[in-house]
Design a binder for this molecule. Structure first.
Ligand code: B1M
Length: 217
């Protein structure tokens, strides 16, 4: 079994120790952090989601796989952030209220750090009030993640709250997460949508440079 396959299997099986060992060895063997991330860790979580949909995995299995993935991500973090050059701006990121998924959000935060942003991670289950409060603090971008179709409307409620508090025009809003689409992002008045973490970092840079938004891919 190749190193990448071994990492992928360890995450699918929820074996955090093996994940740590294999990720460390993979890096030492010269495999890039990006390949470990995309070809092993992210790919493993897709498989976990598939098994959950098919009734083969349940919440506990998803949870232990998520923990294994986090262990792997922690080792990759310095490599992924190493590309940072100079501070590009300040971002407040969080998973919206009612949603506890944080792996994708953490990944976006890491790559935004890597793109040179100072990132304020508000965590999960973040209320519209908390996002609005962050927006008053010299933040250029509010980044929201949602993984559940049931929590996507919270993105719109958050934007409405930013409007209500009079801070919407002070920040750019970028949204993403498994069920979020570009059409949805436009319909709720977000400034940008990104399907993955690296695009999110790139679009956030475009946002602070006030470039054309939805056409950036
Ligand atoms: Co949950 N879960 N989960 N889960 N979970 C999903 C999302 C689901 C698709 C599984 C499925 O049915 N196939 C499904 C949602 C269905 C839907 O709404 N359409 C689901 C469900 C139903 C649930 C529960 C309701 C299950 C239950 O209790 N019956 C429950 C909800 C809890 C809650 O939030 N209130 C639940 C719980 C959990 C765990 C706690 C067990 C665990 C989360 C652990 C954690 O995050 N700490 C978990 C997991 C692990 C998953 C899956 C398997 C994997 C998610 C993940 O981490 N993927 C997921 C299935 C799947 O997505 N295939 C699933 C890896 C991660 C890197 O990808 O987060 O998509 P992702 O992030 C991507 C992009 O989306 C994007 O960048 C990342 C990659 O580069 N992105 C952004 C993310 N945020 C962005 C923000 C941006 C831009 C891009 O801009 C700001």
């Amino acid at each position: 079994m190749s190193r990448l396959e071994s990492i992928r299997t360890a995450v699918i099986e929820g074996d955090a120790n093996q994940t740590r060992t294999d990720v460390t060895r993979g890096l030492a063997e010269g495999i890039s952090a990006a390949d470990i991330l995309n070809k092993a860790l992210v790919s493993a979580m897709s498989e976990v989601g598939k098994r959950f949909e098919e009734g083969e995995y349940f919440v506990p299995e998803m949870l232990i796989s998520a923990r294994a993935m986090k262990e792997g991500l922690a080792i990759l973090k310095p490599k992924l952030a190493a590309a940072a050059v100079e501070p590009a701006g300040k971002i407040a990121i969080g998973t919206v209220k009612g949603d506890l998924h944080d792996i994708g959000k953490n990944l976006v935060a890491m790559l935004m750090e890597g793109a040179g942003f100072k990132v304020f991670d508000l965590g999960v289950d973040v209320s519209p009030e908390k996002f609005s409060q962050a927006a008053t603090n010299d933040i250029q971008v509010i980044a929201m993640s949602a993984l559940l179709t049931t929590t996507m409307p919270m993105m719109q409620q958050t934007i409405q709250h930013l409007n209500k508090m009079g801070v919407r025009n002070r920040v750019h809003v970028i949204v993403g997460g498994a069920s979020v689409t570009e059409a949805f992002a436009q319909s709720i008045g977000a400034d940008a949508f990104a399907p993955d973490a690296s695009t999110a970092a790139r679009k956030a840079l475009a946002l602070v440079k006030k470039q054309s938004l939805f056409c950036v891919r």
